[in-house]
Design a protein around this ligand. Structure first.
Ligand code: SF4
Length: 469
């Protein structure tokens, strides 16, 4: 099994003085030997094959690219995601919806973030990718790829093939992650239908009152509301070490702009990192607007803001309970104004998560927001499974497809999912009557509790779907 720690003494041994060529040359040769022996790569051959040839760079890069395993993913080598319950994952799609995994893994604050980064689960995953395996915990990516979608794995440097030299000699042996996704707690002011109490504190009371048992334990969700990063003082020291080489710091939530530790962590990165080389990335629910953040943000390389907004008007307010459409619209405009005022390099996006509740209205929504002139990123609901568009009956899928095909997609970001991908994804998994039944049951329970009505709010779609009740 590959341990990042094992690589470190090997690197440290070699300096310019004790070898011919540069320290980097020797480091690479030594690593190539190590990879070849341990994982049956042919990296030494790629060096020998290119040496002395006129166009050695092209030959070397091509050969090296072929050595990157086809199923390889850079995430476990470069990315660190902290969940609100103190666990870590290599990315947000890993083991998504697998409740069993919450049990037996190390968590903050019992361990520190370095121990989480080196934990067995990560080591095993790294080893699996180096052996060209397809780990079962990565099902979300395999499913998307089967539907022709550029999965999260492929979005990161084409699964390591885009820059093969960096993959083998910089990313795989990196000591620290280069991107951090910090879900510091589930503190949130909304309780969106597609969310769960794992990521929203607002959901906790509702599942307690309704005695919903299939979403996990109420106690653990209450624990998620407590921010844990600072509870282990070692974390701040480790973050100081990681800070200079962090490219991107991502905050999702709960609602990240409500979290106290967010401000403290930015301060550490500012004090010990290199903000001119570090970008910030947020998924915010669009309801929190505080000018003080723009003062901090202007110090960073760039700030990407994804507004989690997937519909408009009443439908938006139904899907994202407690949010108000007019207020969200106003805030999205104000983000741009404050960005200009404070000189922040802002990249605003509307992050549309496409599920059963909004797929039929995507066209109307895109038309409604066109004058905001904010590019849209499309993304799929995988979990909760009963909100995924794959569960729709075939006849409804056909109607949805026909409507989707009339969308003018100029407003969609060039690197986002395309409408074709959504359609393929929808048809790629067979209609599941059981999950559709769960959809109806859940919808009714929460409608009654919230005094809302799927039937009235989504009138046209309800009329199509009611035959399958
Ligand atoms: S293959 Fe997909 S799910 Fe697995 S670690 Fe990579 S990005 Fe995450």
């Amino acid at each position: 099994m590959l341990s990042k720690k094992l690589f470190i003494p090997i690197f440290d041994k070699f300096t310019k003085d004790d070898i011919r060529g540069t320290a980097e040359d020797h480091r690479v040769w030594y690593m190539a030997e190590l990879y070849d022996k341990k994982y049956r790569f042919k990296l030494q051959e790629t060096i020998n094959n290119a040496t002395g040839k006129e166009n050695y760079k092209e030959i070397y890069t091509d050969d090296l690219r072929k050595q990157v395993p086809d199923n390889f993913c850079l995430y476990p080598f470069t990315h660190f995601q902290l969940d609100p319950d103190g666990r870590a994952r290599p990315c947000c799609k890993y083991k998504v919806g697998d409740a069993s995994w919450q049990q037996d893994v190390p968590k903050l604050p019992d361990v520190n973030i370095e121990e989480l980064w080196e934990q067995d689960e990560f080591q095993k995953l790294r080893s699996q990718f180096l052996n060209n395996e397809r780990p079962s915990g990565c099902k979300a990516c395999w499913d998307e790829e089967a539907a022709g979608i550029k999965s999260m794995r492929l979005q990161r440097e084409d699964g390591g093939k885009q820059h093969p030299y960096a993959t083998f000699y910089h990313h795989i042996p990196r000591l620290y992650p280069k991107t951090l996704d910090l879900k510091l707690s589930n503190l949130c002011n909304l309780k969106c239908r597609i969310c769960t109490p794992f990521l929203s504190s607002q959901w906790i009371k509702e599942i307690k009152d309704l005695q919903v048992l299939d979403m996990g334990s109420v106690d653990s969700f209450t624990g998620n509301s407590k921010e844990k990063f600072s509870a282990n003082p070692e974390n701040k020291e480790i973050l100081k070490k990681w800070a200079p080489t962090i490219d991107f710091l991502e905050f999702y939530g709960g609602e990240p702009l409500m979290q106290q530790e967010h401000d403290e962590i930015l301060q550490v990165i500012y004090d010990y990192g290199n903000t001119a080389n570090t970008g910030l990335y947020y998924n915010t629910n669009s309801t929190v607007l505080k000018e003080k953040f723009f003062e901090l943000w202007k110090l960073f390389k760039e700030v990407i803001i994804n507004f989690s907004v997937d519909d408009c008007g009443d439908r938006f307010e139904y899907q994202r309970k407690n949010a108000k459409w007019e207020e969200s619209l106003h805030n999205m405009r104000m983000f741009r104004e404050y960005g200009k005022k404070h000189g922040v390099k802002l990249d605003l996006r509307i992050y549309v998560t496409v599920g059963i509740l909004n797929v039929f209205y995507l066209k109307e929504f895109l038309q409604e927001i066109e004058n905001l002139e904010i590019k849209v990123t499309l993304n799929m609901v995988h979990y909760p499974h009963h909100y995924a568009i794959t569960i729709l009956p075939d006849k409804i899928k056909d109607i949805v497809r026909d409507k989707l095909l009339t969308i003018d997609t100029n407003i969609v970001r060039h690197d986002s999912l395309k409408i074709d991908n959504i359609i393929k994804f929808m048809y790629n998994t067979k209609h599941d009557p059981q999950l559709l039944e769960t959809f109806w049951t859940k919808t009714k329970i929460h409608d009654t509790y919230r005094n809302e009505s799927f039937e009235q709010t989504f009138f046209e779609f309800y009329n199509l779907l009611r035959d399958y009740k």
